[in-house]
Design a protein around this ligand. Sequence first.
Ligand SMILES: *Cc1c(COP(=O)(O)O)cnc(C)c1O
Length: 362
Amino acid sequence: MSRGTCAVIHLDNIRHNLQVARRHAPHSRIWAVVKANAYGHGLVPVAQMLAAEADGLAVATLDEALTLRAAGINSPVLLLEGVVSMAQTQTALDADLELVVHTMDQRHWLAEASVQQAVRVWLKVDTGMRRLGFMPAEAGAEYAHLQALPQVATVSFMTHYARADDPAHAMTPQQYDCLHSVVPAGCEASLANSGGVLFWPGRQGDWVRPGIMLYGATPAPEQSRDRLGLRAGMTLYAPIIALRDLVPGDTVGYGGGFSTDRPLRLATVAMGYADGYPRHAPNDTPVAINGIRCRLVGRVSMDMLTVDVTGLQDIGPGTPVELWGPHVAVDEVAQAAGTIGYELLAGLALRGRYDYVTERCS
Ligand SMILES: *Cc1c(COP(=O)(O)O)cnc(C)c1O
C-alpha cells in the first residue's frame, strides 16, 4: 500500500515548456534533455511524449539510451558524454545512438567498431568550461581524423556554456566565437543549454539542448519560472498523517528546531529527506495546502516534516500537501535550502507513486 505520497507529472506543462524553448530558439533544432530520469520526472513516459515534439532526445548514460530504445523510442538519441569503452561503443552504435567524442580513445574505439551505416558524431570542444572536450587548438586535427573514418558520415560540433544563466556575462559570446573559430563551413554546431536558449538569442547554434526549463524550473534563480513563462512539470504531494495543537513554549522536532510563543496548529506530513526533500529546508520554507501557501516549521526528518496550518480550514488526515508544484516553485524550495531546482528534481527518491495525469492525486 502506498502511503499516499506521489508526484503528479504534468506532461502538458512539459510540452508547453518545450514550445517556450522553440519560441526562444526558432532557428534551432532541439535535443530535449531527459538525463537523470528526466530530471526526476520518469524517463520513459516523459521521453515518449517529448520524442513526438522535439527533434531528438539527449541522455548522459548508455543505460538511459538503451532504456529509451527498449521502450520503442526510435528518435535520434544523443549520448552527451559519449562512451567509456570499446564494448560500449559497439553497443551504442548498434542502438543507433549519436555519440559525443571528447577523447582520442573514443575516436580509436569508433575506428574499431562495425557499423551498418556511417553515423553522425559530435566533436566536443572545450571553449572555457574546462570540463570536457578537445582544446580549440586540437579541434582541427581531430575533425580531420574523424572525417576520415569510414564509420563516420557527419561530424558536428558541440560545446557547453559555463555561464549562460547570466544574461550579461561576456563569457558566453567568447565561447560562441571560440567554437565558431574552429567549425568548418557547412558543419552544424550545438552550444546552448536552457540558459543559452532563454537568455542568448543569436548564440544558440543549430541544435539547442534544453533540460531544466522543460521541467518548469529556472536555470537562473533571479529569473523566476513564472516570469519566464514556464509551467511546473511536477507537483509533489504528500498527505497529512497527524495534526496537533501546540501551546506557547513547545518546541518542534529534532533539536527543537522551531519554538512557539503562541498557540499553533501543526500538521505532520509523510515526506522526508529519504524521499529527496532537502533536509536543509529551514523554518518558513513554503508549502501549499488546497492552493494556500503555508510554511514548514521544525527540522525535516527522514520520513516526515511538519507544517504550520494554523487557521487553515478543511484539512485533516489525508489532505494532500504540495511540497512543490504550481503554487510553490521548486526553485523557491531550492533557494531556501541553499541549492538549485536541478538538484532537488534530479535527486528525488520518492517512496510513492508517479501519476502521468494533470489532476491532483488523493
Ligand atoms: C545536462 C546538460 C544540458 C541541459 O542543461 P540545462 O541547464 O538543464 O538546460 C545540456 N547539455 C549538456 C552537455 C548537458 O550535460
